[in-house]
Design a protein around this ligand. Structure first.
Ligand SMILES: Cc1ncc(COP(=O)(O)O)c(C=O)c1O
Length: 354
């Protein structure tokens, strides 16, 4: 595996108290950086002290948003070691995003080597209190100083990391989500299946509206018919309807979540029926009213499993499982977090110990 040169920070920052950590505000001492130059390819991968990146004001990312990113976590296991969860999946997904955004791909093994080396160097930053972790944010930006809409010739790939507190410090409280009928996040043929910043910029307005109305997140409908359930703000969604778990299929406008994939593999291994298909919002709300909808939850790296307790859609309102987490969401949460933090066996070989 590649070993990148390291320039160590002269002064190390004090480690924060994990009980007061706010997500995405505290960054570690070092970051990984690699340059791309047309004709030369990716070169000069290195670890340097964490700090600002100087860019020309005409750098293309500022104007045309040619940018992709990833998100994964490092976990402290009971032996005191540090481990990652399926980092190869993030390498594959960033390359799929790169392909769509005309950004040169990074060899999967180089991506994983960079993540592993940076996390090993920052291992003291991986908190050990229950539920805490080190969030890892790889990203690629177009840096060519040039106006005009076309693919850039120069890019920076960087990885920054930040310690994060327990997502459920106050226990697992199901969230209220609102079906958005006006704005759409993505359409088939667009960039919905990628992790590009533009998708998130387009989602902010509906997110703010939902929050003003007392909802935690937006549940997106497909952009063409405005009829089928797609995903939540930063999570995929799953619904237990009768004895089947239904999750929207990956049509090109939904992010292929790694937690989603892991949940499907777990559910199938438990002998449960999982359907990846188009799910009309009407069917979902009808199932809510008839009682066929047993449980609903979101899946994503941040919360792992986020039970959905209430759903609103225009004048309709449905409470799921009495507003409480259900047994299946709880089992998925316990199993996945057990594998991620190393307190349960890892039968699928998902964990990479550093
Ligand atoms: C739009 C969107 N959907 C789904 C997910 C869940 O993906 P994952 O399970 O890989 O974190 C995320 C988070 O990364 C997201 O931003």
């Amino acid at each position: 595996m590649k070993e990148y040169p390291v320039q160590r920070a002269a002064v190390l920052k004090p480690k924060p108290d994990p009980s007061t950590l706010v997500f995405g505000k505290t960054f570690t001492d070092h970051m990984f950086v690699m340059d791309y130059t047309a004709g030369q390819g990716w070169h000069d991968g290195r670890i340097v002290p964490y700090g600002p990146i100087a860019l020309d004001p005409s750098a293309m990312v500022f104007h045309y948003a040619q940018e992709v990113f990833e998100g994964l976590k490092a976990y402290r296991n009971p032996e005191g070691g540090v481990q990652l969860f399926r980092p190869i999946e993030n390498a594959r997904r960033i390359n799929s995003s790169c392909d769509r955004m005309c950004i040169p791909q990074i060899p999967e093994e180089d991506f994983v080597a960079a993540v592993e080396q940076l996390v090993r160097l920052e291992a003291d930053w991986v908190p050990s209190a229950p539920g805490t972790s080190l969030y890892i944010r790889p990203f690629i930006i177009a840096t060519t100083p040039s106006l005009g809409v076309h693919a850039a010739h120069d890019y920076i790939f960087a990885i920054i990391t930040c310690p994060v507190g327990a997502y459920y410090a106050e226990g697992i409280n199901p969230v209220k989500i609102y079906v958005e009928s006006e704005d759409v996040r993505a359409v088939r043929g667009g960039t919905g299946y990628t992790k590009c910043g533009g998708n998130y910029a387009a989602s902010i307005r509906a997110g703010e509206r939902a929050e003003e109305n007392g909802y935690a997140q937006v549940l997106w409908l497909d952009g063409v018919h405005r009829k089928y359930i797609e995903e939540v703000g930063s999570m995929n969604v799953m619904f237990q309807i009768g004895d089947t778990v239904v999750t929207p299929e990956l049509t090109g406008s939904v992010l292929p979540g790694i937690t989603r994939k892991s949940c499907i593999e777990l559910l199938k291994s438990w002998g449960l029926k999982v359907e990846e298909r188009q799910l009309p919002a009407q069917e979902l709300f009808d199932a809510g009213e008839s009682g066929a909808l047993k449980e609903a939850w979101g899946t994503g790296t941040a919360a792992v499993i986020s039970p959905i307790g209430e759903m609103g859609w225009e004048d309709k309102h449905v409470v799921v499982n009495g507003g409480k987490i259900g047994p299946l969401a709880q089992k998925l949460y316990d199993t996945l977090t057990g594998i991620q933090w190393g307190t349960r066996p890892d039968p699928f070989g998902w964990v990479v110990k550093l």
